[in-house]
Design a protein around this ligand. Structure first.
Ligand SMILES: NC(=O)C1=CN([C@@H]2O[C@H](COP(=O)(O)OP(=O)(O)OC[C@H]3O[C@@H](n4cnc5c(N)ncnc54)[C@H](O)[C@@H]3O)[C@@H](O)[C@H]2O)C=CC1
Ligand SMILES: O=C(O)[C@@H]1CCC=N1
Length: 275
């Protein structure tokens, strides 16, 4: 994968999501000398990546040596007010600012950045760490084709990219795929506990649940069939799966109701984080 750069790629915030993106970029050929991480507390996966690859790190955005091609903002939405003034000083006229912060609108960045600054708002997810993430993204009118290509290269190093033509959809993307991995991990946890209730020991039940969730995910990934067909393939008429699905798919309070309520709660929280 090629990254066309006029200046460094700066990652502001190398926590869980920032480190996942960074791992993807380096794995797909972004040279560590082209990366600067801004992180007041370099630890965990990001510190390990630095040990392995030796990119530079600074504590503050004001310490950057030259205007970046792109600043990827991966700090918590709640911390953004302290980041905006630093961003405004460090972004040059050719810098694209790409935020992955939940809820934070393009307009909130534009208010703090010099007029005409290119801003992309993106929402990735943690499978980015293994190149199997998916990101929804949308840019403002100042994003050039070259800047869009650069952002697309950085995001596609982490998996699939879906460009949206309406920023209003980003909170829904956040609720489905940004937060979505947590729903699937909860499914694995819950399935393991349910296995214990059915008589299995904890370790065996977790082994079965983990392999089932990851195997079903991989089958969905590789198969041409849609999820409905794959589900039907498991379900023998009058059999065990049908018995379980009659509980999960019951008309009131079934998985459909619960997941819809959960996704709408995540979407609402995204809006709140932005205001
Ligand atoms: N964790 C996830 O699954 C996803 C997270 N996001 C977004 O990514 C962003 C980061 O989330 P996580 O990586 O989960 O959080 P995190 O807390 O693990 O990482 C945030 C990092 O930003 C650093 N940071 C850098 N400059 C900072 C400053 N000036 N003030 C405060 N902290 C500063 C913190 O030290 C920390 O390491 C959030 O905005 C979140 O909405 C987006 C998609 C998925
Ligand atoms: O929980 C959050 O707010 C972030 C955004 C999407 C996933 N994690």
């Amino acid at each position: 994968m090629s990254f066309k750069l006029d200046g460094p790629v700066v990652l502001a915030g190398a926590g869980k999501m920032g480190a996942a993106l960074l791992a993807g970029w380096i794995a797909r050929g972004l040279q560590p000398r082209d990366v600067i991480v801004q992180e007041p507390n370099l630890a965990g996966d990001a510190a390990e990546l630095q040990r392995q690859h030796g990119f530079s790190a600074v504590a503050n955005l004001e310490d950057l040596p030259s205007p970046p091609s792109v600043i990827v903002v991966a700090v918590k939405p709640q911390a953004m007010d302290s980041v905006f003034p630093e961003l405004a000083k460090s972004a040059g006229p050719a810098t694209v600012v790409m935020s992955i912060a939940a809820g934070k609108s393009i307009a909130s960045f534009e208010r703090h950045l010099p007029s005409g600054t290119a801003v992309v708002r993106a929402m990735p997810n943690t499978p980015a760490a293994i190149g199997r993430g998916i990101t929804g993204a949308v840019g403002n009118a100042h994003v050039t084709e070259a800047q869009k290509d650069l952002c697309a290269s950085l995001l596609s190093a982490a998996g699939e990219v879906v460009w949206l033509n309406d920023e209003a959809l980003i909170d829904a993307v956040t609720a489905v795929s940004g937060s979505g991995p947590a729903y699937i991990f909860l499914l694995a946890e819950t399935l393991a506990r349910a296995g214990e209730a059915a008589g299995l020991d904890a370790a065996t039940s977790m082994q079965l649940a983990r392999a089932t969730v990851s195997g079903a995910g991989e089958l969905l990934h590789r198969s041409q069939s849609d999820p409905t067909t794959l589900r039907q393939n498991v379900t023998s008429p009058g059999g065990t799966t049908a018995a379980a699905l009659s509980v999960l798919m019951r008309e009131k309070g079934g998985l459909q109701d619960l997941l819809t309520e959960a996704v709408l709660a995540a979407k609402k929280r995204g809006r709140e984080l932005g205001s």
